[in-house]
Design a protein around this ligand. Structure first.
Ligand SMILES: NC(=O)c1ccc[n+]([C@@H]2O[C@H](COP(=O)([O-])OP(=O)(O)OC[C@H]3O[C@@H](n4cnc5c(N)ncnc54)[C@H](OP(=O)(O)O)[C@@H]3O)[C@@H](O)[C@H]2O)c1
Length: 242
């Protein structure tokens, strides 16, 4: 397949201040794209900026916006369009995990996971679609998880949020394909990040790296518009033996 250049393209990466989202933002800027990243924490956004700027010829904008709040996400998308002149790619990466049995999970914890991992993606897609259509097409990539198809105990909210995200992605893909907007979802297994207050160095010898996931995202974006890898599973090739 012919590979498309990302030079001059405009992307918004939700949750781009740390982990997988930060690696995606770096990879896009390295390829010459203009990238806005969002996050909740202003301190994390400020810390991320120089590492993204150092990645290459593209440019970066940092925008404080909680994906759970439609008005904040729409504001970030509108600010991106105002700064860079349009929007080509939306990478829905922001996500949280709270892992506890249903019996002990509080309603607030349930809402935090579902509102971030599922409603947050709806919010960003809904606000971005007019801009992608205005551009004559684009690409939405949702960072899901293998947990969306492999449920495990103690993870009801997380697994449910990602299973629903997979269904959402497949519906959206069918709704917007004739507007030249492609929709894919990427399902990583274990990735070495600080996700869910974890230690990003723990298991780094066998887990996928954030750069591995970023490379998959860049490959999708660069792929010939004739075809669509709509669902991608990425797992550590040699997971730790139990
Ligand atoms: N790590 C894994 O093993 C793994 C595996 C499969 C899938 N995933 C998925 O990959 C995605 C990224 O995970 P990660 O491991 O990179 O996590 P991470 O290191 O914890 O980073 C999460 C990012 O999302 C942002 N974020 C969280 N809640 C947000 C909200 N409400 N609004 C805006 N931004 C928000 C965080 O910003 P702040 O700094 O402001 O909190 C941060 O930039 C998630 O969707 C996760 O489910 C991860």
């Amino acid at each position: 397949m012919a590979m498309q250049s990302l030079r001059g393209k405009v992307a918004l990466v939700t949750g781009g201040s740390r982990g997988i989202g930060l690696a995606i933002a770096r990879a896009l800027v390295a390829d010459g794209a203009h990238v806005s990243i969002t996050g909740r924490s202003a301190a994390h956004l400020s810390a991320a900026r120089p590492t993204i700027e150092a990645a290459g010829p593209g440019s970066v904008e940092t925008l404080q916006a909680d994906v759970r709040r439609y008005d904040e996400v729409k504001g970030a998308i509108d600010a991106t369009v105002a700064r860079f002149g349009g929007l080509d790619f939306l990478i829905n990466n922001a996500g949280v995990g709270i892992f506890t049995d249903v019996a002990t999970m509080t309603p607030a914890q349930w809402s935090e996971v579902i509102d971030t991992n599922l409603t947050g993606v709806f919010n960003a897609c809904q606000a971005a679609l007019p801009h992608l259509r205005q551009r004559g097409g684009g690409f939405i990539i949702n960072i899901s998880s293998l947990a969306g198809k492999n449920p495990f105990k103690g993870a009801a909210a997380y697994c449910a949020s990602k299973a629903a995200l997979n269904a959402f992605s497949e519906v959206l893909m069918q709704e917007v394909r004739y507007d030249n907007i492609r929709v894919s979802y990427v399902m990583p297994g274990s990735v070495a990040t600080g996700f869910s207050n974890g230690d990003e160095t723990k298991g780094a010898d066998w887990k996928s790296s954030t750069d591995d996931i970023a490379a998959v995202v860049v490959d999708l974006l660069r792929s010939d518009p004739r075809s669509l890898a709509s669902r991608v599973e990425v797992r550590p090739s040699r997971p730790q033996k139990k």
